[in-house]
Design a protein around this ligand. Sequence first.
Ligand SMILES: C[S@@+](CC[C@H](N)C(=O)[O-])C[C@H]1O[C@@H](n2cnc3c(N)ncnc32)[C@H](O)[C@@H]1O
Length: 218
Amino acid sequence: MASKTDADFGRRESDWLPFLATWVRHPIKMGAVAPSSRSYCGMMVKHATTELDGPILELGPGLGVVTRTLLEQGVAPERITSIEYDADFARKLKRRFPKVDVIQGDGFNLDKTLGSRAGEKFAAILFAIPIVSFPQEKRQKLFVDYFKRLRPGGNLTQLSYMLTPPVRSVPGVFTVSSSPRVWNNVPPARVWIYSQDGVGKSDAASATEADVSEAHPS
Ligand SMILES: C[S@@+](CC[C@H](N)C(=O)[O-])C[C@H]1O[C@@H](n2cnc3c(N)ncnc32)[C@H](O)[C@@H]1O
């Protein structure tokens, strides 16, 4: 069960209802019935390479729980670009985070969505768009494209409820590891961490170890 802090985090802006309502209309695009918990967002941001210099790209921000955590952890709003497909969500995000560059568009087509900024290299990509309906080969191709947009040492962190890596490693491009599972999230989830092949944050469990090192609610 979610702690009081987690519940407050989700309820603060009455986000659960619009989130659930959008899920009812577009379950595949939304991929989740509720915004991520505070614990989960903390895990996501902890594993993202935000300590590197440069802009940060957030794909699928929803109503901004991860965005808010980035800001709370000291990331300057001007560094963040958040791409959200849902027009209502994007409007709300723009109001909520006026200094963040919120773009309403498709996170799968960054050349078009980023426009004149398409050549930019990011310090980190935080990814929360549902992709499990795609074949594995398409997921890998997509992530190879994202890795071309990362600065040296930058990683991609992915929200996922899956027990195995949603995107398999691509030798020479990226490897995958996992955070412990966060139980106080609806549903429990983990952060999949994709690192440039040969580079990785040291405190992440390897993908095969993921199930033995879980984060239990306190
Ligand atoms: C699982 S929710 C995650 C929301 C938020 N990051 C969180 O953790 O609570 C997925 C979000 O991705 C958005 N989305 C779906 N397809 C997208 C696309 N192609 N480009 C950008 N955003 C997309 C959905 O509208 C939704 O807000």
